[in-house]
Design a protein. Structure first.
Ligand code: C2O
Ligand code: CU
Ligand code: CU
Length: 499
């Protein structure tokens, strides 16, 4: 417990957190909490006293919407991967990177049925790639390791949007450098829109009643050097800053004034490893409308939304009074952040009365997997090496390759042979959860996913159908979305061949 900077600091600065924190430390007095804070906090005594006296507020920054041009039926976006500086820890300048800016990237809006073209220039001094996480697109356009491009080059993928309304994201995916590049800020959201009745009925005015929330828990030393590998994580004296849309929320609660009674939030956990659970500070429910691969069959009241690294979800809130959203961070690696952060207070300033939500948002036919092809996937560890099906996937040659054919329907058992938490992610097609640690899924787990938690020693069964795209050169990836696990080899290739 004592190596836990974030939790201790929040426990000191906010009454609610203090109560929650002490609840988890039965019998340990407040003095002990203070002592832990003094030993591990990055704050000086003067700063700590200030933090204890008041919580800061700042206005929520909404990432820009990336402007596009449309000619001859093709919508063109322009992105540049570039380096810069940003305050990941308040008051400390970090070297960072982003798309078209110093940190994070603008939000892209794609529309189902459109053809998009992206001109992406690499202004970094290293190779990069840009992967469209969760998009159902050809392997050659997917932005995996085979699509890495060198400094100074421009990569221009083009594809038709087949996806229905959902929340995706984009980030680098070159071999061995994914964690480093993502934690320095290279991540952005993608909103896919469609013409469905559900989409028409839900809030969709970007930045007004449709709000992206990119949450991250990073690891940094006191000089602002962001860590991304085992050496860095074990270097000691680290802080675990929590950010929302690029702003540190360790001691700051962001504010958003809602000019509509109903607001839709799209949450992305872009952390390299930690799990982030979003909940209301007042204990109320969130109305979840979508998992990461589209709408649920109907809006579902949930007490919290647990997002493993790489995961997304959408929810709406109909507000008459202000509500504070909290991010509960659970460590996902050797060390990591943990604690409860009041990251956003939403204050309504609206008088409209929204229509009832549609009783049906989506039709999800559950797969009958009785005739599906079964496959076993193991998540393995041997010392510092991570592997899938026994192969350490640090190079294209060394990684396991799963061969399948276009049109095939499969049920995969993913077994975690390690004691560590993993976040299983599959490119190309969404999957349904068939079993989670031997239990049938319920509630929002009946939705569509591309990334799901596999606890240490646990297993999940997932089912999917490989539709639309085959290629005998370019491969999709499947991997752990704890980025350093991916870089250390917990990645395999998926080749979908023409049948
Ligand atoms: Cu978000 Cu293969 O990654
Ligand atoms: Cu992906
Ligand atoms: Cu992992």
């Amino acid at each position: 417990m004592t190596n836990n900077t974030g939790k201790t600091r929040k426990a000191k600065s906010k009454g609610l957190h203090r109560r929650q924190f002490l609840g988890g430390m039965a019998g340990v007095g407040l003095a002990a909490v203070g002592a832990a804070g003094a030993a591990f906090s990055l704050l000086t005594d003067a700063e700590r006293n200030t933090a204890g006296a008041a919580t800061n507020t700042a206005t929520l920054t909404v990432p820009d919407l990336l402007e596009a041009t449309t000619t001859d039926g093709t919508t063109t976006f322009t992105l540049a991967a570039q380096s810069g500086t940003s305050e990941v820890i308040s008051g400390v300048t970090s070297s960072t990177a982003g798309y078209n800016q110093s940190y994070l990237g603008p939000t892209m809006k794609w529309t189902k049925g459109d053809t998009v073209l992206l001109n992406i220039t690499n202004n970094l001094d290293d190779d990069t790639s840009v992967h469209f996480h969760g998009a159902h697109i050809p392997a050659e356009m997917d932005g995996g390791p085979q699509n890495a491009f060198a400094a100074g080059e421009t990569w221009s993928p083009t594809f038709e949007i087949l996806d229905e309304a959902k929340t995706l994201w984009y980030h680098p995916h070159a071999l061995g450098t994914t964690a480093e590049q993502v934690v320095h800020g290279m991540a952005g959201m993608i909103i896919v829109e469609d013409g469905s009745d559900a989409s028409a009925a839900l809030p969709s005015e970007y930045g007004v009643d449709d709000i992206p929330l990119v949450l991250q828990c990073l690891a940094s030393d006191t000089s602002g050097d962001i860590k991304y590998n085992l050496t860095g994580y074990l270097s000691g004296s680290l802080a675990y800053p929590v950010l929302c849309n690029g702003t540190n929320v360790d001691d700051t609660t962001l504010t958003f004034t809602a000019t509509k009674t109903r607001t839709r939030f799209r949450v992305l956990n872009a952390s390299p490893s930690d799990i982030i659970t979003v909940q209301r500070g007042d204990g109320g429910t969130l109305t979840q409308i979508a998992t990461e691969q589209g709408y649920l069959t109907s809006a579902t009241e949930v007490s919290s939304i647990r997002l493993v690294a790489g995961g997304r979800a959408e929810f709406v809130m109909d507000l008459s009074d202000a509500v504070t959203l909290q991010a509960v961070v659970t460590t996902g690696w050797v060390r990591g952040g943990s604690g409860t952060y009041d990251f956003l207070t939403v204050t309504p300033d609206a008088s409209d009365t929204p229509d009832d939500l549609p009783s049906t948002l989506n039709t999800i036919e559950r797969y009958d997997t009785s005739s599906f092809t079964a496959r076993e996937i193991t998540l393995d560890q041997d010392g510092l090496e991570m592997a899938i099906n026994g192969s350490v996937g640090t190079t294209m040659d060394s990684m396991a390759t799963i061969m399948t054919t276009l049109g095939s329907s499969e049920i995969w058992t993913i077994t975690n042979n390690t004691m560590l938490e993993h976040s299983f992610h599959l490119h190309d097609v969404p999957f349904q959860l068939i079993e989670i640690n031997g239990e049938e899924p319920t509630g929002v787990d009946l939705g569509w996913f591309d990334t799901y938690e596999v606890v240490g020693g646990g297993s999940i069964k997932i089912a999917m159908q490989f539709t639309d795209f085959a290629d005998d050169t370019y491969m999709y990836m499947l991997h752990c979305h704890l980025l350093q696990h991916e870089d250390e080899g917990m990645m395999a290739a998926l080749m979908v061949m023409e049948s």
